[in-house]
Design a protein around this ligand. Structure first.
Ligand code: FES
Ligand SMILES: [Fe+2]
Length: 332
């Protein structure tokens, strides 16, 4: 059976565990690939990520106290600072040497796009680039982190899939959309994303006007959707008037069947509509996917013969092929 938490290869990927804005004056507990972690900001405002386990007697460090960038364990007061270095063992007195094993085995962490990305092992690649983040014509909107009771595998499979639009998204943009999916060519979109381009006519209900920037009853969208292994998806939409709306969808395996989900939006709009209104339609679309996916139990099988695929599943089939190679599992 496919499992995520036992995969050594998945430990070489980058995962969003929080938004940067979430990490302030308190330590934070997160679970990634079945492992409990603690996050905090050190004295330089850099994020530290370590196992949520004090090396002394295994108290969870996430319930410790944070002051001046030092995290103090509430059990016997050991203190930890930059890079997880143990900087104080009160029972030994101020002059005693710190045991080398008292320093925390920290994980790599990067803050990009207002998100905290963690790689539990040796990174296989960099955090994916979104060039619009450096483009002053675009504004970035962060949206918060949710818990979905869904395997990250099922989330990515869904985010790559067009054919569910007229079914699952009938309440948002999918109503009236053609159920037949045109032939899709899957290939490299750019340095960081692999996927496909397509065009679609979508209904433009009143709730979508803030997002699409027009009150036309229907909008034509030029789109591309692509993946960056293991679980990051980028969806790009361009409308006729040149408005671009880019969404980064980040799925983080808490364990095999629970995930964190967040999305980030970049838009080259005129800022005339406030951020929360602009993303309300995307939130509604995500909620439709969540309702659907939380009804599908277990982990998406990665074996090639386990599921029936048709031509509209080609993007997911390609992602699964690359993922099984990445994970070093047998895809047959
Ligand atoms: S368990 Fe943390 S200081 Fe003892
Ligand atoms: Fe969807």
């Amino acid at each position: 059976m496919t499992t995520l938490v036992d995969s050594k290869a998945l430990r070489t990927g980058w995962y969003v565990v929080a938004e940067s804005a979430d990490l302030k004056d308190e330590p934070m507990a997160v679970r990634l690939l079945g492992e409990d972690l603690v996050l905090w900001r050190d004295g330089d405002d850099s994020v530290v990520v370590a196992p949520d386990r004090c090396p002394h007697r295994e108290a969870p460090l996430s319930v410790g106290t944070l002051a001046d960038g030092r995290l103090t364990c509430i059990y016997h007061g050991w203190a930890f600072g930059t890079d997880g270095r143990c900087v104080g063992v009160p029972s030994s007195g101020p002059d005693a040497a710190i045991p080398p094993a008292a320093h925390l085995p920290c994980m790599r962490v990067e803050e990009r796009f207002g998100l905290v990305w963690v790689c539990p092992g040796e990174p296989a690649a960099s955090v994916p680039e979104v060039h619009q983040d450096d483009d002053p014509a675009f504004r970035r909107i962060n949206t918060g982190v949710e818990v979905w009771n869904v395997s990250a595998l099922r989330m990515v499979d869904n985010f790559l899939d067009i054919s569910h639009f007229p079914w699952v998204h009938v309440g948002t943009f999918g109503g009236g959309q053609d159920t037949t999916v045109p032939k899709i060519e899957v290939g490299r979109l750019d340095d960081d994303f692999h996927g496909y381009r397509y065009e679609v006519d979508a209904t433009n209900p009143i709730e979508a006007i803030a997002t699409t920037g027009t009150d036309a009853p229907e909008v034509h969208r030029w789109m591309s959707t692509g993946f960056n292994l293991p679980f990051t998806i980028r969806s790009m939409v361009r409308y006729e008037d040149g408005l671009e709306h880019i969404i980064l969808l980040c799925s983080t395996p808490v364990d095999d069947t629970t995930s964190l989900f967040t999305f980030v939006v970049w838009r080259n709009d005129d800022h005339s509509v406030d951020a929360e209104t602009v993303i309300a339609f995307d939130r509604a679309i995500g909620a439709e996917d969540k309702v659907m996916l939380e009804q599908v139990p277990g982990v998406l099988p990665l074996g090639r013969t386990d599921l029936v695929n048709v031509q509209s599943d080609r993007p997911s089939v390609e992602w699964r092929r690359q993922l099984t190679e990445f994970m070093g599992v047998d895809g047959d």
